[in-house]
Design a protein around this ligand. Structure first.
Ligand code: GCO
Length: 449
C-alpha cells in the first residue's frame, strides 16, 4: 500500500524562529522579543531579532523549498506583526508580508499550511494577563478574524495552536520558555481552559467565515509510551500509560486531545489540579469539541523504550542509547504507536506536523553539508509511519521539522534541525544531503524507502 496518493510531504518553521525583523515596518513585540533581551533565559544570551532574516529573504527561501520538492510548507503568523497590540489596530505591512509569502508559495506549487499560534504572544496582551485573562479567547478570535479574512482565499489548511502543552507548561509552569514564569496549578487550569476556548473560537470562525472550506487541526505534542513487546498485555499497558494524564501531567496527550476530540477533560484532572479543577459549562465544551479534519501532532521521541535492565535510567533511556545533539533518544517505533494509538482513540486521519532531529552539521571542505544521521533518522521514522498506514491507519501527510536551521528557543542557535543549513553570520543557505534525499523520497511518494 504505502503512502497514499496526494500525501502531503512538507517542511515546517515558525515565525519567531526564522523571521527576524523583530521591529520592522510597524511590528509590535511578542514575549520572546521582550524576554530574550533579559539575561539568563537563552543559551549564550541569543535571540530571534535577526534569526534567519526570512522576513527579507523569503523569496530566496521559497525558491529553496521548491528545490526540496516539498508539497506543503507549515509556517506561523507572528501575531503582533499584524496586530501590534494584539487587538485593535492592524499593521498592513504585516498583512502584506504574509500575503506575499503565500503568493510566492502558491507560485512555487507549495500548499501553505498556516499555524495560527506558534508562541508569538503579543507583549501588550501579556501585560493584561495573557491566557489567564478571561477575555483572552476573544482576543485570539479577533486576531484569527484578521488572518482568516486576509488569507483564506488562498489558505485551506489551518493548525490552530502549536504544542498547547508548551504554551502553558513551558511558558508558565516550568518557566523554560518566554515569558519564563512559574505559576501554580490553580492558574494553570484556567490557562488550559482559555487556550482550548481560543482554539474553539478559531475553529468556529474559520468554519463560518473562511472564503473556502478549511481543513483544520490543532498540534499537541504526543508523549507516547511504546509497548515492551507485541503481546496484548504490553500494548494495553502502553496505551493506558500514554493516555493516563498522571504520567505526563500538563504535557499529556489526553489533557489536550480528550476535550477536543471526546468533549471532556480526562478524569485524572481532578487529581492533578485538585480543588482548583474547574467545572466547564456545556457551552464551553461544545465550542472546544467542534469537529476537526485530522489529528495532528509533533513527534520526536518516546516516553518509554522497551529494553531490559534500564533500572538506573529514565524509562526512555538505556545504556549507550542513540541520541541527537539536543540529547533526545532516537526511537522510531514511537511513530508507529503514535499513529495507531491516536487513530484508535480520536478516529481522525493522522497528519504529522513535526518530526526531525538536531544534528552536528557543518559545511564540509567540498562545500556540502553531509548529515547521514538525519537521513537515517527520517528514513526510520517514515518506515514506521508507512507500517501504520499499511495496517489501515489513514494519513494525510508528514511535515519535517525543520525546513531550515533556526532559533531553537532556550537552546538558541546551538541546535540545527534544518534540511537547509544556515550560516548565521553570512545568512548563506546550503541544502543539506538530507534535503536532497528528502526530495527523492517525495518524488517517489515514499516508494523508495
Ligand atoms: C516544538 C516546536 C518547534 C521546535 C521543534 C524542535 O516542538 O518545540 O514546535 O518550534 O523547534 O519541536 O524542538
Amino acid at each position: 500500500m504505502g503512502f497514499p496518493e496526494g500525501f502531503m510531504w512538507g517542511g515546517a518553521s515558525s515565525a519567531y524562529q526564522i523571521e527576524g525583523a523583530y521591529k520592522a515596518d510597524g511590528k509590535g513585540l511578542n514575549v520572546w522579543d521582550v524576554y530574550t533581551h533579559q539575561p539568563g533565559h537563552v543559551k549564550h544570551f541569543e535571540n530571534g531579532d535577526v534569526a534567519c532574516d526570512h522576513y527579507n529573504k523569503y523569496k530566496e527561501d521559497v525558491a529553496l523549498f521548491k528545490e526540496l520538492g516539498i508539497k506543503c510548507y507549515r509556517f506561523s503568523i507572528n501575531w503582533p506583526r499584524i496586530l501590534p497590540n494584539g487587538v485593535g489596530e492592524v499593521n498592513e505591512a504585516g498583512i502584506k508580508f504574509y500575503s506575499d509569502l503565500i503568493d510566492e508559495l502558491i507560485k512555487a506549487g507549495i500548499e501553505p499550511v498556516v499555524s495560527l499560534y506558534h508562541w508569538e504572544y503579543p507583549h501588550e496582551l501579556f501585560k493584561k494577563g495573557a491566557w489567564l485573562n478571561p477575555e483572552s479567547p476573544l482576543w485570539f478570535e479577533e486576531y484569527v478574524k484578521v488572518v482568516v479574512d486576509a488569507f483564506s482565499d488562498r489558505v485551506k489548511y489551518w493548525m490552530t495552536i502549536n504544542e498547547p502543552q508548551c504554551v502553558v507548561g513551558c511558558d508558565y509552569m516550568t518557566g523554560s520558555h518566554a515569558p519564563f514564569m512559574k505559576h501554580e496549578r490553580c492558574d494553570l487550569i484556567l490557562m488550559v481552559h482559555n487556550v482550548l476556548l481560543s482554539h474553539g473560537r478559531a475553529v468556529k470562525y474559520i468554519r463560518e467565515h473562511a472564503k473556502q472550506p478549511g481543513k483544520i487541526g490543532i498540534v499537541p505534542t504526543a508523549p507516547v509510551f511504546v509497548p515492551k513487546d507485541n503481546s496484548k498485555e504490553a500494548i494495553e499497558e502502553a496505551r493506558a500509560k500514554t493516555f493516563d494524564m498522571r504520567n505526563a501531567g500538563l504535557f499529556s496527550v489526553s489533557l489536550w486531545s480528550d476535550p477536543i476530540f471526546l468533549g471532556k477533560y480526562p478524569e485524572e484532572c481532578k487529581e492533578f489540579f485538585g480543588d482548583s479543577m474547574i467545572t466547564p459549562s456545556k457551552e464551553d465544551m461544545d465550542l472546544i469539541s467542534q469537529e476537526l479534519d485530522f489529528y495532528s501532532c509533533t513527534i520526536y521521541y518516546s516516553s518509554s523504550t522497551p529494553v531490559p535492565d534500564n533500572v538506573q535510567y529514565k524509562e526512555n533511556e538505556y545504556q549507550g542509547d542513540p541520541r541527537t545533539t539536543i540529547n533526545w533518544v532516537v526511537h522510531e517505533d514511537v511513530m508507529y504507536w503514535m499513529c495507531k494509538f491516536m487513530y484508535e482513540r480520536y478516529k481522525k486521519p493522522i497528519f504529522v506536523a513535526e518530526n526531525g532531529m538536531a544534528n552536528m552539521d557543518w559545511v564540509s571542505l567540498d562545500g556540502k553539508v553531509h548529515d547521514p544521521q538525519r537521513i537515517d533518522f527520517t528514513h526510520r521514522y517514515l518506515l514506521q509511519m508507512k507500517k501504520a498506514i499499511d495496517e489501515g491507519v489513514p494519513a494525510l501527510g508528514y511535515i519535517h521539522w525543520s525546513v531550515m536551521d533556526n532559533f531553537e528557543w532556550a537552546h538558541g542557535y546551538s541546535q540545527r534541525f534544518g534540511l537547509i543549513y544556515v550560516d548565521y553570520a553570512t545568512q548563506k543557505r546550503t541544502i543539506k544531503d538530507s534535503g536532497y534525499w528528502y526530495r527523492e523520497v517525495i518524488e517517489n511518494n515514499g516508494g523508495n524507502l
